[in-house]
Design a protein around this ligand. Sequence first.
Ligand code: SF4
Length: 325
Amino acid sequence: MVTTRVLIDHRLAGGATPRHPEKAHRPDNPIQRKPDWIRVRAPNHPVYHETRELMRSHGLVTVCEEAACPNIGECWSQRHATMMIMGDTCTRACSFCNVRTGQPDVLDASEPERVADAVAKLGLRHVVITSVDRDDLADGGAAHFAAVIRALRAAAPDTTVEVLTPDFLRKGDGPIEMVVAARPDVFNHNLETVPRLYPTIRPGARYFQSLRLLDRVKQLDPSIFTKSGLMVGFGEQKPEIMQVMDDLRVADVDFLTLGQYLQPTVKHAAVVEFVTPDAFAEYAAISRAKGFLLVSATPLTRSSYHADTDFARLKQARQIRLLAA
Ligand code: SF4
């Protein structure tokens, strides 16, 4: 498994700037021992290494590695890599996130073709494309997202496309419209946590901007599935989670993901609670009762975890609902 520490040491070994300069002054939050239900296997499958090599040979960044995702062994053994476009450096500094913070490089115009070529070679049925936040760009990177979607349609026409975008805060409606016009199959944007915790967990974002983005996508093209996710374990309360579920339903969001927050380093936000599998099952039942087409709520659920099979279930759930209407 690619651990956070390996990533940090690798960056520093080359004399690069620290991965999280904005977090360096923070007091340490000791990392708690994970409960038994969060154990994952180390990646050693041959296909894992093939996937890794393909990402390297195409010069691609993945959120699987940058976020030190615990599911990388399982996902990459099935060639499911989630590519992170527009560089490896984010303009935000969320306290949960392991992606490097700083001034990003200029956009690489060859990236859409490289992403599309890698996806075609992986032979994916469904791909998830995410990105760092690019507050430095006038459109927040929307045109680049659209270019990636178009390149994917040309190189891998049978692959369905899911985008997991930034919030495009203070960029107006143009960027949202631009990505929607490129017609991804799924438009995902994560709320990440409850509104009370935004100032500490997601300080550069605004809860109602994220909610509005999801609402706007659905207004612009109701055929696009919308999806959002939350991490739990930051100290949020159950009624707060239920309120967020209601807010997402008002925005007509189709698919909710809920997963356990895991602390990448001692400089990141502390895990306040390891939510039990039974509590996740209860959240799943509540979400379904609130009307989401699909819910994934387990400790290891991540936005892109099992996204291919979930997309098939999502389509089926919409079909069943339309027939019942
Ligand atoms: S869950 Fe998503 S981010 Fe994590 S390894 Fe799988 S595809 Fe990558």
